[in-house]
Design a protein around this ligand. Structure first.
Ligand SMILES: NC(=O)c1ccc[n+]([C@@H]2O[C@H](COP(=O)([O-])OP(=O)(O)OC[C@H]3O[C@@H](n4cnc5c(N)ncnc54)[C@H](O)[C@@H]3O)[C@@H](O)[C@H]2O)c1
Length: 263
């Protein structure tokens, strides 16, 4: 006989609680993200297209709805609802903000609402670290000079996840259209005692040519790296922000990685 179905209790989880739960767990989160990709590859997920809400009066802003269901031992359904308002940054608050709603597998009832900008940034950084590991292993030498192209929140998370999963670099280059943002990231690296020389590059070409691993984490709306010769030394490319590289500038060799989800 089937058990009587109970309505699950509902919890609201704050950003501070999420941060406490996730911090210093980069390796564990990266393993979890890998396991989730494997479940997805086995077909044990439902992942319909994202829905973009855009505004005629605020053309550079958007809110994206991303519904999904995952099986395995987790068996949970839900929705990420994530906003990108780039003008926030000038006002001193992060560009992206998000909530995640989780629904019970058996009853469909929502049982949690979690602040999700930290979850989203951690997941993004974990999958970048995972890609760096896989692509890095395929090379004769592991990259030792990383270049961060765009130095906002996601770049910081990616650096934290690379460091937390065993990467260290002889040199860390940074470049950003905003000199303040580049200087802020360089200052953060020095302040936290990150090993390696930190170099701020005024120009994008200089950053790319001096790096054997390049992390794109800008908010560029259209491709701005168009000259394939900048990538002639065949760096490992983590194209997290999706829109930086013009198709003809991409390497024909399997050394770059781009994601399809964004925030
Ligand atoms: N692929 C994914 O799953 C995923 C997930 C989350 C975020 N993202 C993407 O990551 C990117 C970064 O997000 P964030 O939260 O760090 O944003 P952010 O606004 O905090 O930082 C972006 C930085 O890029 C800089 N920038 C913009 N255009 C540039 C250019 N042409 N050259 C150099 N620097 C430039 C800005 O000055 C800013 O400092 C966004 O595009 C976001 O959509 C992707």
């Amino acid at each position: 006989m089937s058990q009587p179905t109970a309505v699950p209790p509902f919890a609201v989880i704050s950003g501070a609680q999420v941060q406490t739960a996730l911090q210093h767990r980069e390796k564990q989160i990266t393993d979890l993200v890998e396991a989730t990709y494997r479940l997805h590859a086995m077909g044990d997920s439902v992942n319909p297209p994202s829905y973009f809400l855009r505004f005629p009066d605020r053309p550079n802003s958007r809110i994206i709805a991303l519904p999904a269901s995952i099986g395995g031992q987790v068996r949970v359904d839900g929705l990420k609802w994530i906003s990108s308002f780039p003008d926030n940054v000038a006002a001193g608050i992060p560009r992206a903000s998000a909530v995640l709603i989780l629904n019970d597998h058996d009853t469909g009832y929502p049982f949690a609402c979690l602040e999700s900008s930290i979850i989203s940034a951690s997941r993004t950084a974990a999958m970048a670290a995972l890609a760096a590991d896989r692509l890095g292993r395929a090379r004769p030498e592991r990259p030792s000079r990383v270049g961060f192209f765009g130095t906002g929140l996601i770049a910081r998370y990616i650096h934290t996840f690379l460091a937390g999963t065993g990467w260290s670099f002889d040199e860390i280059g940074v470049h950003d259209l905003s000199a303040d943002s580049a200087a802020g990231f360089a200052g953060y690296l020095k302040q936290t005692g990150t090993p390696g020389r930190v170099a701020v590059h005024d120009g994008p070409e200089e950053l790319i040519r001096s790096s054997d691993m390049v992390v794109f984490a800008t908010i560029a709306a259209k491709p701005h790296v168009t000259d394939p010769s900048w990538l002639g030394h065949n760096p490992l490319v983590l194209h997290v922000s999706l829109r930086d590289l013009a198709p003809r500038s991409s390497s024909p060799r399997p050394t770059s990685w781009t994601t399809s989800s964004t925030a």
